[in-house]
Structure formats: C-alpha cells, structure tokens
Design a protein around this ligand. Structure first.
Ligand code: NAP
Length: 307
C-alpha cells in the first residue's frame, strides 16, 4: 500500500491530560497515523503508569512543560478550571509556530484564562469536541469517540487562517464535523444542550437519593421506569462538572431562570388538570427526539426497554 503523503499531519503532538478525551485523542491519532510522535503528561503517577501500559504516548512525563517541547500541536485536556495554570506552566517551552488548542466544555472562561499566557508566534485556537461519555480517566478513551460528532472551534479575532485550517483538518481526520462559533454563543448553546441537562440530572438523582431514606431500595429496584436514564448523566466526573458550572455561570443562570418558569407552567397545568397543554408539550418534545435521530446524533433503538 502506498503511504499517504499528507501523513503524519503533525510531527509531534502533545496531550496534556490523559483522561477520557486525552486518551481518545491518542487512540484516534494512532489509528489514523496523524502524529509522528505523541508526548503525554498527566498529574498523577497512577494515570502516567496506566497511560504507559495502554501505550497512549511515546513519551510520558509529569511535567507538562517537558511534554510540549518541540510539539507542533498541543492539546489541553484538563478540567476547565485548570486550563489557566497549565497554560502558564507550558508557555516558556512552546515552539514558535505551534498550535495550542483545548477541548474544554466552556469557551469564554478558557480564553480568558489561557490566552494571556500564550507567547507571540504561537497560535491559540480554542475548541470543544461535543462528544463524551460519563466515564473518565485513561481507560475510558476509545478511537471512535469523535466519529460523526461535532467539534466547535472558537478562533480569536485575527487568528492565523492556516493554523485554523490545520486544526479543522485534524478534527475532520478523526471523524468529526467542524463548526465555528464565537465563544459566548458556544457557551449559551452548550448551556442548554449539555450543561443544563447535567444539572437537572444531578438534581433529580440527589433528590431521589434523599427520598430513598423514606422509600427504601425501591428507587433502585424500579429505576427502569425512567430514573436510570438521568443517572447516566449524573454519574459524570464531579471535578469536570464543578468547573463547567463555575465557569459558565452567566449562561447557565439565565437558562435556569427560563427553565424554572417553564417548569412552573407545567406544575400549573398539572394542578389545573390542563391535559391539552400537557399533551401539546409532550408532542413537541417527541418531535425534538425525532430530529436528533434524523441528524445522526442518536439511534432510534428502543433504549427505554434495553436489557
Ligand atoms: P478526565 O477523564 O477526568 O481527565 C482529566 C485529565 O486532566 C487527567 O489526566 C488529570 O490527571 C488531568 N488533570 C485534572 N486536574 C488537573 C489539574 N488541576 N492540573 C493538571 N492536570 C489535571 O476528564 P475528561 O473527560 O477527559 O475532560 C477533559 C476536558 O475535556 C475538560 O475540560 C472537559 O470539560 C472536556 N470535555 C469533556 C467531555 C466529557 O464528556 N467528559 C466532553 C467534551 C469535552 P490525573 O488523571 O493524573 O489526575
């Protein structure tokens, strides 16, 4: 087989953070041959040891600065609240012309915290792959994670067009579709599609856990009635989600206000026996589900009755 002359896309890629997203990036790059070499860095000895066993990187170190040395592409795959400190620690080692990107679930706060540390001549292009699971850590990753999912890039004003194009090509090569947004718009869109659903899930699961004291083990026993679908979201990493809410505060509070009003309207409809209102609302949501399936963002396998 003749070699693809466009590969590897980058001679050296550095992965700072080797959890779900970092390890998935490694698997996806390895499968497609996108990186000449991969260097990796994590905080704990335990993650570094596991990353070595899994072969996530050619070089592993606890020092993020060392990992980014000579890298052409640097991924920050750490919780949103840790991005600024990581950027500060790697800044002196960044190569001129390198691309630094992140995968954080919030964009405006990451730009606020990271951009001031990026030296002249290094291209910072923030990003967010809208792909994930409730698992975390180096064992959680898999090569298909980004396949047919959207990756949103939020380049800063005046960003180098060639660098943006290269990063866009990278995400396409790992199977993603790429969209561009301004960071505030990203934070509002993801606020409603991701952050609020997680908050609601965390809330309902803890309410139920408190009620368990009254109802005993019945909450677990009868969870297939719908509750268990919330528990998947509510099993997501507490550090990651703490940081998301602390760093997308304004958008989430605005959306939560709207959500609470709509919930009160539902409460009123139930109190006053307004069946027509309930039926109309439930019919509208069913259509949304259909649209998600038609857009290829889920399948219509009968999940509710899954074994
Ligand atoms: P994860 O599985 O928990 O991995 C986080 C990684 O960051 C670990 O390697 C951890 O090192 C390192 N880390 C944690 N705190 C750190 C700190 N204070 N300083 C330096 N390194 C630190 O998390 P993930 O799910 O991959 O998420 C990473 C980023 O991707 C987050 O910004 C998140 O918002 C974003 N994201 C997540 C999802 C998702 O569904 N999970 C989807 C899209 C984007 P140790 O293991 O050594 O502690």
């Amino acid at each position: 087989m003749s070699k693809d002359p466009n590969l590897p896309m980058f001679s050296k890629v550095a992965l700072i953070g080797l959890g779900l997203i970092g390890s998935s990036l490694s698997h996806a790059m390895r499968r497609k041959g996108l990186a000449g070499t991969i260097s990796g860095s994590a905080r704990s000895e335990q993650t570094l040891k596991r990353a070595a066993e899994l072969g996530l990187a050619d070089d592993l170190t606890g020092d993020a600065g060392k990992a980014v040395k000579d890298a052409d592409l640097v991924f920050l795959n750490v919780p949103v609240g840790a991005m600024g400190a990581v950027a500060r620690s790697i800044a002196p080692q960044l190569k001129k012309g390198a691309i630094v990107t992140d995968v954080g679930s919030v964009k405006a706060a990451v730009i606020r915290d990271v951009a001031p540390h990026i030296p002249d001549g290094v291209h910072f292009i923030p990003g967010h792959p809208v792909a994930g699971t409730e698992q975390s850590g180096p064992d959680a990753g898999f090569a298909d994670l980004f396949e047919n999912r959207w990756c949103i890039l939020t380049p800063l004003e005046g960003a180098d067009k060639e660098a943006v194009k290269k990063l866009e090509a990278f995400w396409k090569a790992v199977g993603s579709n790429v969209d561009f947004m301004d960071p505030e718009h990203h934070d509002l869109v993801l606020g409603i599609t991701s952050h609020l659903p997680h908050l609601i899930a965390y809330n309902i699961v803890t309410t139920a856990a408190d009620l368990e004291e009254v109802l005993g083990k019945e909450i677990i026993k009868y969870s297939a009635g719908g509750f268990r679908d919330f528990t998947r979201l509510a099993a997501s990493d507490p550090t990651m989600w703490r940081d998301v809410f602390l760093n997308n505060r304004e958008a989430v509070l605005e959306l939560l206000g709207r959500f609470s009003e709509d919930l009160s309207a539902l409460q009123r409809a139930i109190r006053w026996g307004d069946g027509e209102k309930l039926f109309d609302l439930f019919s509208r949501s069913r259509k949304v589900r259909r649209e998600i399936i038609d857009a290829g963002q889920d399948t219509d396998a009968p999940n509710f009755g899954r074994k």
